[in-house]
Design a protein around this ligand. Structure first.
Ligand code: ARG
Ligand code: GLU
Length: 697
């Protein structure tokens, strides 16, 4: 299929140039289906979500606790991102079997690797439970009283919905700031095995250099298989389990895509805040993001120095480093996007119009009240941000807390497992240097009145953060693997006064006693007003289609494949190919060192079924509104078939969690043909492809 665009197609695309903003609830998709069909979707609302028959939702799972995955065979084969399976791949890796470096392909079912703790959740059904959740709530109640009504009603609903056991889990989620409540009932499978992953030099090609960027060439996928008991029900890992038979799995469309093609992303976006007021945006772009970025820059520099010097440390810190780097880079793009769009000023102008309209209605005074509450809340939020990015990132301190709380429960086996897992991936010099860096910033930047007394008194004793660190890391028994390992849970009491344990306890008690109570009280007051403001916005703009903010519940986002202009004089095409991989390839640069086998295959030019115009497509971008959590989500064509896997957004569009800009916001998708190419030609695992249903028309 050709990628040129005819004048006709171009005019069509321009005609479609309405914002593809929105993350819609699947059960209400009938309200959007007309628009979806007008834009190229050929199926019905029932095909997307149905409680009566198998529908596409039955082929989508929440993978772990923050990613999405999709079923691609009748035998439980599941596709997600490489970065979503990263922890699992890393845990199975050692210097001898470095699956991160070399990739992993199970050639038989017996070779598939179990992953204790990993689950996938299928959405069984979702329903509007607003009335039931608010039963017993009356107007005059405080927000705290309302919370407790909501909590106890929800608990009852959840108990009833999951009574039959069978791996059921349910949750009640607030939408539109508590104007609506939905219950989600999931079936959770816990025997999920690793089947395949490309080497990181493919799955993380471009690394953190290219992360959040376009043009992109990352083969960001990994493959798992869900196992069930003999009746296809959830069951803990057992050798007797068998591959799960899904109600529905995706057929794969390998015939190619073009600019302008309809796309639809089905997955679990985590958090967006599209309706917050200008004060909240200003806090993020002017205070929170800049400080959090600075703290992480220091930690990343330290990690990088040790990782570059030692392969063992590189393995130990690969997953941790990627996690820290990921949000760090996103916040930077988000900040720039907010500033470029002028979101704060735009929101202020909107608020002024809202206020004018609200005069004499029940919404009068809502925004001014929120504004003054924000003023009170901000220093608490700032101190909390600092807590989570500074003291709470010290590894030995978190470890001490975990060990002591496990010891209290008296389970030696989980204690030993915790100790072993911690030391497998711990590098003390990194932790100590990071402690010094972040605690100095903590000390310098926390304002009077919002500082832990323990900080000032400890620094007074030692004279400096450096001297404090010397003492803590030299004298904490938690740094001594053999010693901690030898202790039984009863002996742990002796470590109560250990400096690492004490530090963690003091910081936590500061947060729990001096920050949270007031922060929660103020947040409750603001949330109560947000409920009004949200309803007010809906009345103020009756013709606007509102979608609830993302909250890790299943959503539909639809749009089309489209390039963009990141800055003046540049236009980005929406496709990348392996030609770009070969352009970036450089054995001297870790992030761009493609495996030799890849070079060899490219040299033969034999791309099998996966080639197009003498190359292989790698990634494409589209206008779907996605967020963190959409990683691994299926990217679906107009016929409901899999054309790609979502894995990222472009840097210039990362402010879409706060404001979506149709000119800049693009999600980044792996072209399914590249996935198949890597499995087939690099992994030599064509037996997996044989399980799939591939359509080329
Ligand atoms: N940016 C993508 C996401 O938010 C990919 C993350 C992969 N991690 C990384 N550091 N490269 O999850
Ligand atoms: N990589 C992200 C994730 O892990 C998806 C990118 C985004 O935030 O849109 O969910």
């Amino acid at each position: 299929m050709k990628r040129y665009i005819s004048i006709f197609a171009l005019s069509l695309i321009c005609g479609l140039a309405v914002a593809d903003e929105g993350m819609w609830l699947p059960s209400l998709i009938s309200e959007r289906i007309g628009d979806m069909q007008a834009k190229g979707f050929e199926l019905t609302a029932e095909d997307i979500y149905s409680i009566n028959q198998a529908s596409l939702k039955d082929a989508v799972v929440l993978f772990g606790r923050g990613c999405t995955g999709e079923l691609i065979s009748s035998e439980g084969l599941l596709l997600t991102n490489h970065h979503c399976g990263y922890d699992q791949i890393q845990k199975h890796s050692s210097v001898e079997h470095d699956y991160l470096r070399d990739g992993f392909w199970a050639m038989t079912r017996e070779e598939e690797l179990p992953n204790p703790g990993l689950t996938v959740s299928f959405l069984d059904r979702m329903e509007d439970v607003t009335d039931a959740v608010l039963a017993g709530y009356t107007g005059g109640m405080t927000e705290a009283q309302r919370d407790s009504v909501v909590k106890s009603n929800s608990a009852k609903l959840i108990e009833d919905a999951t009574a039959s056991g069978n791996g059921l889990r349910a949750s009640v989620e607030s939408m539109y700031y508590g104007n609506k409540y939905y219950m989600f009932v999931y079936r959770v499978y816990s025997d999920v095995r690793l089947v395949g992953a490309p080497p990181s030099s493919i799955g993380k090609f471009g690394g953190d250099t290219d992360n959040w960027m376009w043009p992109r060439h990352t083969g960001d996928f990994s493959i798992f298989r869900i196992y069930a008991d003999k009746d296809n029900n959830p069951a803990p890992y057992s050798e007797d389990n068998v591959p799960y038979t899904p109600k529905r799995y995706f057929h794969i469309a390998a015939g190619g895509v073009e600019e302008g093609d309809f796309t639809f992303v089905y997955g679990f976006p985590g958090t967006t805040r599209e309706y917050i007021m200008s004060d909240g945006v200003r806090y993020i772009s002017e205070l929170s993001n800049p400080h959090k970025i600075a703290l992480r820059t220091m930690r990343l520099d330290i990690q990088r120095r040790y990782m570059d010097a030692d392969q063992a440390v590189r393995i130990q810190y690969s997953a941790k480093n990627a996690t820290v780097a990921n949000a760090w880079k996103k916040w930077q793009g988000e900040m720039r996007g907010i500033n470029r769009l002028g979101t704060v000023a735009r929101k202020q102008a909107y608020e002024a119009r809202f206020n004018e309209w609200a005069a004499g209605t029940e919404y009068e005074g809502v925004l001014p009240a929120m504004d003054s509450l924000y003023g009170l809340l901000e220093p608490y939020l700032f101190a909390l941000d600092y807590y989570y990015e500074a003291p709470n990132t010290v590894e030995i301190v978190k470890f001490a807390g975990k060990v002591l709380s496990l010891a209290e429960k008296g389970t030696d086996s989980s204690l030993n497992a915790e100790v072993a897992a911690f030391f497998k991936d711990y590098c003390l010099p990194i932790d100590k240097e990071s402690f010094i860096a972040v605690m100095n910033a903590f000390n310098d930047n926390l304002p009077d009145g919002f500082r832990p007394g323990y900080l000032d008194s400890t620094i007074a004793v030692y004279g400096s953060v450096e001297a404090w660190a010397d003492d803590l890391f030299a004298h904490s028994a938690f740094t001594d693997r053999e010693f901690v390992y030898a202790l039984g849970s009863e002996d742990m009491d002796a470590l109560y006064d250990d400096p690492a344990a004490e530090f963690g306890r003091e910081m936590k008690s500061w947060v729990d006693n001096e920050l949270y109570p007031e922060a929660i009280r103020l947040s409750r007051e603001i949330n109560l007003l947000y409920r009004d403001y949200m309803r007010g916005q809906m009345e103020f703009e009756p013709d606007r289609a509102f979608y609830p903010d993302a909250n890790l519940t299943l959503r539909v986002a639809y749009g089309h494949i489209k390039g963009y202009a990141p800055s003046d004089g540049i236009y980005y095409l929406p496709f990348s190919t392996i030609d770009g991989i070969m352009e970036k390839d450089n054995p001297e640069i870790f992030d761009y060192n493609i495996p030799q086998r890849f070079r060899d295959v490219v040299a033969t030019g034999d791309y099998g079924r996966w080639g197009e115009d003498g190359s292989v497509p790698v990634c494409f971008i589209a206008t779907n509104h996605t967020s963190g959590g959409n990683s691994g989500s299926p990217v679906i064509d107009g016929k409901g078939r899999l054309i790609g896997v979502n894995f990222d957004r472009v840097w210039e569009g990362t402010m879409s969690d706060i404001e979506f800009d149709p000119d800049f916001c693009r999600n980044i998708c792996l072209d399914i043909r590249y996935v198949l190419f890597v499995i087939d030609k690099i992994g030599g695992a064509s037996h997996l492809i044989d399980e799939m249903t591939i359509e080329t028309e």
